[in-house]
Design a protein around this ligand. Structure first.
Ligand code: GLA
Length: 473
């Protein structure tokens, strides 16, 4: 007992605990995402705020302090499906580090379906002993030891989609189990100084971790009833865990899930094809005005590097996912990537479109909800047969706009963005940077900008708006 009290006392004094307490105290109100873009000012036209409408973004988010930007990392499902084991997960963690992907922000290592075999007589989920013989706690320690975060998977139903035990009606037990894997036992050096001997104190593991919560075998119970109990159970553990809702968009989660999870799948599963990827982008686009820091639309994980699409198609997939502020969860085998796959996934300028440039003061104590603009980009213009020549765009911080020219036709074509489609006055001047060529291409474009785009390719630019009035807001 004495040991326990001094342990808690010491832990309380450590910086990590202090930050944790402050993090939970973050206020629930969300700042308007387009603050600073007053109508008709700085070269923006009156339609700017309508084109990039954010009025449906929740006034109170789940607010667990997470997901201020979309989650980035890796997930096992798209490439491995059920062929996973602890070696694959460890080697993936190693590869995220050695390829430099982790440094770019890909920090979640998410195990999908098939890690669990049974629920035991005590009611506890048991990892598959053949594939995860050391257990998930050991894996969490390994992943945390690399400075990464571990994600786990379960289902808001009787079984997972691969017919492993689900968590419906077991939320409390399962949340406690997941949280227990993320506790680190530390030789606390402050304890050594203060009480003269070292203690093995439970302290929160580095960073936060993740639960993807699926929708199979749901017994016909509405998602709105099945997803909140796991949110509450996770909260009760005292551990901050990213909660990724995966109900496939069946009950329009953008309309309610912002108070339940940190992200919500808006569509059925992606597969590694152009048809699937484009269909999913369009379905997700519908919900652009609902997303923002704390809760993101999730059009499913990346297929980049899995072989079913061309280099240009994967480049388009990555560009549009970044612009839509989608989670960037790699779905290929990161231990064996081609140079092209690495080039796409490591494009820092495209990643910055997704992750924004967080002002140093918006991290941590001041304004955890950000003093930066964070709006999901969307399709703003289309022309050509079936609207296959498309312009997608979204506001960025610092009077910049990301603009993607996406050629979904079968032949190369010129795509042009007129300033009216972007919510700019026609006299506004912008400079244009190409994020795939990593080059400034135009200094002073006025009224419109066009470029030749190959079939199924996507060029992505950042426009920097030069005020028509020279009056900074
Ligand atoms: C569902 C999900 C997928 C994946 C599989 C696993 O289909 O939508 O993302 O998790 O289950 O079985």
């Amino acid at each position: 007992m004495g040991k326990k009290i001094s342990c808690h006392f010491v832990v309380f004094l450590t910086c990590s605990s202090l930050l944790c307490v402050l993090k939970v105290a973050v206020a629930g109100r969300v700042v308007p995402l387009l603050q600073g873009y007053e109508k008709g000012s700085y070269g923006y036209s009156r339609s700017f705020n309508n084109i990039f409408d954010t009025s449906n973004y929740g006034t109170v988010q789940l607010n667990n302090g997470l997901a201020r930007t979309p989650q980035m990392g890796w997930n096992s499902w798209n490439f491995f499906a059920c062929n996973i084991n602890e070696t694959v997960i460890k080697e993936t963690a190693d590869a995220l580090i050695s390829t430099g992907l982790a440094k770019l922000g890909y920090v979640y290592v998410n195990i999908d379906d098939c890690w669990c075999s049974i629920r035991d007589l005590k009611g506890q989920l048991v990892p598959d002993s053949k594939t995860f013989p050391s257990g998930i706690k050991a894996l969490a320690d390994y992943v945390h030891g690399k400075g990464l975060k571990l994600g786990i998977y379960s289902d808001a139903g009787a079984f997972t989609c691969q017919v492993r035990p689900g968590s419906l009606f077991h939320e409390k037990d399962d949340a406690e189990l997941f949280a227990s894997w993320f506790i680190k036992y530390h030789r606390n050096k402050w304890a050594l100084k203060l009480v003269g001997h070292s203690l093995h104190c439970p302290i929160p593991g580095k960073g936060v971790d993740y639960l993807k919560y699926d929708n199979c075998f749901n017994l016909g119970i509405k998602p709105k009833e099945r997803y909140p109990p796991m949110r509450d159970a996770l909260n009760e553990t005292g551990r901050t865990i990213f909660y990724a809702i995966c109900e496939w968009g069946v009950d329009d989660p953008a309309l309610w899930a912002d108070k339940v999870g940190n992200s919500w799948r808006t569509t059925d599963d992606i597969n590694d094809s152009w048809a699937s990827m484009t269909t999913i982008a369009d379905l997700n686009d519908k919900w652009a005005s609902y997303a923002g820091p704390g809760g993101w639309n999730d059009p499913d994980m990346l297929e980049v590097g899995n072989g079913g699409m061309t280099y240009h198609e994967y480049r388009a997939h990555f560009s549009i996912w970044a612009l839509m502020k989608a989670p960037l969860l790699i779905g290929c085998d990161v231990r064996n990537m081609t140079a092209e796959t690495i080039e796409i996934l490591t494009n820092e300028e495209v990643i910055a479109v997704n992750q924004g440039e967080v002002h140093p003061l918006s991290v941590g104590l001041l304004g955890a909800w950000g003093v930066f603009h964070f709006v999901e980009g969307r399709k703003v213009y289309s022309s050509g047969t079936d609207g296959c020549l498309q312009v997608w765009a979204g506001p960025l911080s610092g009077h910049r706009i990301v603009v993607a020219f996406w050629n979904r036709c079968s032949k190369a074509a010129t795509i042009t963005a007129g300033w009216d489609a972007l919510g700019l006055e026609s006299s506004t001047s912008v400079s244009v940077r190409d994020l795939w060529q990593h080059k400034d291409v135009v200094e002073d474009a006025v009224a419109s900008f066009g470029a030749r785009v190959d079939a199924h390719d996507c060029q992505i630019f950042v426009f920097t708006v030069h005020s028509a009035y020279h009056s900074e807001i």
